[in-house]
Design a protein around this ligand. Structure first.
Ligand code: TXA
Ligand code: MG
Length: 342
């Protein structure tokens, strides 16, 4: 475990990262912070290194990994040609929470892409991640640094909970900023398609490249998603989670019903509403008025329910606009699509 204060230097090198980058060069796996969630990194050019990511996470091998770079010129090593709309998105949002899917060429381990002809690439907006990638001088494959199925880690503590003893090192750079994963956008078609909503919103993408589509499977249950990862249950706390779409009064009525049937009920609410409810455990997830704060706290809050003795978790619902798209996408997955509407 290396503890690094990200304010120490700006995009230069951190002496604490030399050992971590050496391990990456030697084909080991190292967890590190990004602006979205912690990633579990390995040399994207090495089959053996990439295998270690899948086994540490218990991740299905048909789910491709995102490749992280620190400089755009690294793309030349494994991307055939970057289309014009992708270049404009990179210019607008990199470094940042946007993963762009492009056609790959030779240069990466096939295990990174799970046999697909495309690869997702992103440049994280985090000085420690960028410094580590530069120091290792490699493209770094990195999924979120959680056990498969658990909420993504937003602190080094979460990584330790899930992966202690399963990885060669963890760089602790404090809590991440955005709190939900990057937006995944497919740029192999003329009109880009969002495969996973995230830190960059559809509206922001459209302001740069015009029309952007959304994979229909994200909107409807039952359709096969284009992004393999979106088909798995995910982000789930131990107790069953249900999303309540309705008024505070309706949610309180549901709490009462569950309690009457003998269940201990946890509630995921927001600053504005927390005083209203009576339940066994009430946990506040940011401010409704500022959805970025809800995204920032979401995974920490989902994990924290495991520390309390609750049988059922009822969550408030959020508006599906801006980063609310990513919040509701993750909540609905965590709830296994269980939504109770008023
Ligand atoms: O913010 C993030 O994106 C974080 C940090 C660590 O960078 N990473 C992350 O990786 O969330 P992961 O592996 O947990 O999620 C990657 C998602 C999965 O849903 C995967 O199926 C999809 O991206 N994906 C990756 N490559 C793809 C490809 N070539 N085609 C379609 N989907 C792809
Ligand atoms: Mg993940």
């Amino acid at each position: 475990l290396w503890i690094v204060d990200k304010s120490e230097t700006k995009h230069e090198s951190y002496p604490q990262l030399v050992e971590a980058s050496m391990l990456l060069k030697q084909g080991e796996v190292v967890a590190f912070p990004t602006e979205t969630v912690y990633g579990l990194g390995a040399d994207a050019t090495s089959d053996q290194a990439v295998d270690k990511i899948f086994s540490a996470k218990g991740r299905p091998s048909d789910n491709p990994l995102i490749v992280h770079i620190a400089e755009q010129s690294q793309l030349d090593d494994f991307i055939e040609e970057v289309p014009d709309h992708a270049l404009r998105l990179m210019e607008a949002f990199w470094p940042g929470p946007l993963t762009i899917i492009l056609k790959k060429k030779e240069g990466l381990s096939d295990k990174v892409t799970a046999g697909l002809s495309t690869v997702g690439v992103r440049m994280p907006d985090h000085p420690i991640a960028l410094a580590l990638i530069k120091e290792a001088n490699l493209p770094i494959a990195a999924p979120s640094a959680n056990l498969s199925g658990k909420p993504s880690p937003t602190t080094a503590q979460h990584v330790i909970q899930d992966l202690d003893g399963r990885v060669s090192g963890i760089v602790d750079g404090g809590a991440t900023g955005v709190g939900v994963e990057s937006t995944v956008v497919d740029c192999t078609t003329e009109i880009p398609v969002i495969f996973r909503p995230g830190g960059v919103t559809r509206e922001q993408l459209e302001s740069v490249v015009g029309e952007v589509l959304v994979d229909p499977a994200l909107l409807k249950e039952g359709e096969a998603p284009k992004s393999p990862g979106m088909k798995y249950t995910h982000y789930a706390p131990d107790a069953p989670l249900l999303i309540v779409d309705g008024s505070k009064e309706f949610l309180q009525k549901k709490i009462n019903e569950y309690q009457q049937s003998g269940k201990k009920v946890g509630v995921l609410t927001t600053d504005e509403n927390k005083a209203y409810y009576q339940a066994d455990q009430i946990i506040c997830c940011g401010k409704r008025e500022d959805l970025a704060t809800v995204a920032h706290d979401l995974y920490h809050v989902l994990r924290s329910f495991n520390e309390y003795d609750v049988d059922t978790i009822l969550s408030e619902s959020f508006p599906v606009e801006g980063v609310g798209q990513a919040i509701m996408n993750r909540l609905i997955k965590a709830a296994g699509h269980h939504v109770i509407s008023e």
